[in-house]
Design a protein around this ligand. Structure first.
Ligand code: ADE
Length: 228
C-alpha cells in the first residue's frame, strides 16, 4: 500500500511515522508513506500556500495551485488511475469508523490532504478530492493529526503488519463489540487478583469469559453499537 500525505506542516506528521508499528511496517516494505511539503509547490514571489478568503471572514484558506500541482505530480509519477482515493480531512466530512478503515485498507494507493481547519479552496474539493473524512464531531487546528489517525488505523490492518494476525480482528469495534479487559503478570498485585479463568488454561472457558465481558461492557458503555 502507498499513502501520500500532503501538508503545509510536514514536521507534525513525520515524527509519528518513524515510531513503532508504522515505522516497522514501512521498514518491512508493507507500506510506502510519502510526506509532501506544500511549500515545495508554493506560488508567487512570496512563496504562498494560503491566502485570505474571498468575501472576508476569519482564517486562511489553502490556495488551489499548490494542491493541484502536488497531486498532479503524484499522478504523473504513478498514473492517475493508480490512485484509489484522494481524501481531504475535514470536520464536515463523513465520520471515520472501523468499517471505513477496513474498506480503505484494501486500497493500493490513497492520497491524504491535511489542510487548515478553515479549509482549502473549494475547487480542489470539487475536482480532485474523492472522499471527505472527519475523525469526529470536534474541530482541530489542522488535518495533520486526523491524517495520522487514518494512517495508523489503515496500516495496522495490512496483513503482516501486526505480529499476531488475530489481534486486529478482536479489536474493539471489529464486530460492534468493545474489547474485553486484559491482564498480564503478576497474577496477584496489591491484593488484586487476575480472574482465575484466565489462568485456567481452558481456552473455551477463556473465550466464553471474554465474550461475556465484551457483551457486558458494550451494553453498559455503548448500547448504540449493539443496535447496529
Ligand atoms: N480538521 C480539523 N478538524 C478535523 C476533524 N475533526 N476531522 C478531520 N479533519 C479535521
Amino acid at each position: 500500500m502507498r499513502i501520500d500525505i500532503i501538508t503545509g506542516l510536514p514536521g507534525i506528521v513525520t515524527g509519528p511515522l518513524d515510531q513503532s508499528i508504522l515505522h516497522r511496517a514501512a521498514k518491512k516494505g508493507l507500506v510506502d508513506i510519502r510526506v509532501h511539503d506544500l511549500r515545495d509547490f508554493a506560488v508567487g514571489k512570496h512563496r504562498q500556500i494560503d491566502d485570505y478568503p474571498y468575501g472576508g471572514g476569519a482564517g486562511m484558506v489553502f490556495r488551489p495551485e499548490p494542491l493541484f500541482d502536488c497531486i498532479e505530480a503524484i499522478q504523473a509519477e504513478v498514473g492517475a488511475d493508480a490512485i484509489d482515493e484522494v481524501i481531504f480531512l475535514t470536520p464536515d466530512g463523513q465520520v471515520f469508523d472501523q468499517p471505513m478503515a477496513n474498506a480503505l485498507s484494501m486500497h493500493r494507493h490513497v492520497v491524504l490532504i491535511a489542510g487548515h481547519y478553515k479549509g482549502i479552496d473549494q475547487r480542489v474539493r470539487d475536482v480532485l478530492v474523492t472522499k471527505e473524512v472527519s475523525i469526529g464531531d470536534f474541530v482541530l487546528s489542522g488535518g495533520e493529526l486526523p491524517a495520522l489517525i487514518l494512517v495508523d488505523a489503515l496500516v495496522r490492518l495490512i496483513p503482516g503488519v501486526l505480529n499476531d494476525a488475530q489481534s486486529a480482528l478482536t479489536d474493539s469495534f471489529q464486530d460492534h463489540r468493545l474489547d474485553a479487559p486484559c491482564y498480564t503478570r503478576p497474577a496477584s498485585y496489591r491484593g488484586m487478583d487476575v480472574p482465575a479463568v484466565l489462568l485456567s488454561g481452558n481456552h473455551a472457558k477463556v473465550q466464553q469469559w471474554r465474550d461475556e465481558q465484551r457483551q457486558q461492557k458494550t451494553q453498559q458503555r455503548r448500547p448504540d453499537l449493539l443496535e447496529r
